[in-house]
Design a protein around this ligand. Sequence first.
Ligand SMILES: Nc1nc2c(ncn2[C@@H]2O[C@H](COP(=O)(O)OP(=O)(O)OP(=O)(O)O)[C@@H](O)[C@H]2O)c(=O)[nH]1
Ligand SMILES: [Mg+2]
Length: 389
Amino acid sequence: MAGVTEEQELKALYDRGGLGAVIQQLQSYLGKSERITLDIAVTGGSATGKSTLVNALRGIGDGEPGAAPTGETETTMEPTMYQYPNKDTIKIWDLPGIGTPNFQASNYFKHVQFERYDFFIILSAPRFTENDLFLAKEIQQRKKKFYFVRSKIDQELGSGNYREKSHYDENKTLEKFRNASVESLKKGGIESPQVFLISGWNLEKFDFEKLQEVLKEDLPALKRRVLLLSLSNIILSIIDKMKEAKMGEIEKVAHESAVSAWPIVRLFNGINIIRLVDFLTSCRTHFSLDDDSLWKIAESAGKTRVQIRSAVTSTFGLKVSEKDVEKGLEEIENKEYVIFRFLKYVPFLGAPIGAKISKTSRYTLLETAVWEMAEDSKRVLEKAFPLSD
Ligand SMILES: Nc1nc2c(ncn2[C@@H]2O[C@H](COP(=O)(O)OP(=O)(O)OP(=O)(O)O)[C@@H](O)[C@H]2O)c(=O)[nH]1
Ligand SMILES: [Mg+2]
C-alpha cells in the first residue's frame, strides 16, 4: 500500500506539474503493484464455514497443525491472520461471524477492523440473509471487491428433497441457487456480483476449484486496485487541499472585484470582471483542467483527450470567459436578490446595498466554481485510472 514517501512525492509533483505529473508517476507506482500486500478477509454469518474455507484455501485439513479452529464449539472470536501458501504478500484473515449476540452488525465493523482488509469473501449458508447484503453493501461503499460464496451446498442439496423428484437435475438446481444469490444481491444494489457454490466437506465437487482459480487469476488485478485506491485517496486529498487554498482566496477576490462595481454601475464592470476571470483561469490551471494539462494527463494514462475531457463538465472547468462570468453573476443576482433588479435604478440608496449584494454574488459564483472545478479534477483522475476496471 502507498506510504508516506509516495504521499510526499505526489504532493511535490502536484505542486510542480499538476495532475499530469502525478498521473505519470502513478503509472510507475502501479508497475510495481506485485510487491504490495493483500489482506483477504473471510467474513459472513456465524457457523457458515468460514474457518473451514480458510483452511481449504490454504490446503490444510481441519484439525491439522496450524489450521484455523473449526466446529460448532470453536466459534472464532477475533480476526486471525494466516499466510496464503507460496505467496508471502497474501494474507488471509479468518473473521468472527456477523449477527451473533457477541457481534451485532452495528459493532461488527469496529470489532474486526473492517478497513484493514483489501478484499473479501462473504460466506453465506444455508440461505441468503440481510446481513450478507449488509456486508456486501459496506464493502461496495468502500470501493472494495468481494466474492459471494454460498457454502454447505451439500446440506442444501440433501435437505431439499430435490433428489427424490424423477426429473432431478443437480446442475440445474445449482444454477438456480447461483441465480437466486445473484438476483438477491443485484436487487440490493450490488453490481455484477461473483457467486460460487461450495462444500467445505467436498472440495472437489461444486465451485471450490473454480473459486481458487478465479482468485489466483484476479490477484494481480486486485493488488493493482488496492494500490490504485490508496494512491487515488492521496491524490483526492491533494485536490481537496488545493480546493481549500483556493476557497481561502475567494473572499479577497470577491471583495476587490466588487468594490468599484457599484455605484458607477457598468462603467468599470469590465475591470472587475477581469479580476474574476483571472482568478478562475488560475484555478482552472491549478486543477489541471486547461487543454495542455488534459493533453498531458491523457498521454500519461494512455487515454484519448476526448475520454479525459469528458470528465470535465462545469462551466468554468470547460472554459473561462468574461461572457460566462457576467452571465453567471446575473443569474445569481436575479435568482437570489429580486431587489437587485430595482436597486440599479435607485440613486444613493442603491449604492451600498448593491455593493454588498455584488460582493456576495461574486463570492457565490467563485465558491461554486472552485467547488465544481475540484469535482471536475477528481473525475479526471477517475477517468484516467478507473477503479471499476
Ligand atoms: N455440511 C457441511 N458442513 C460444513 C461445511 N463447512 C463447514 N461445515 C461445518 O460447519 C461447522 C462450522 O464450521 P466453521 O468453519 O467453524 O464455521 P465458522 O463460520 O468459522 O463459524 P464461526 O467462527 O463460529 O462463525 C463445522 O462443524 C464444520 O465442519 C460444509 O460445506 N458443509
Ligand atoms: Mg470460525
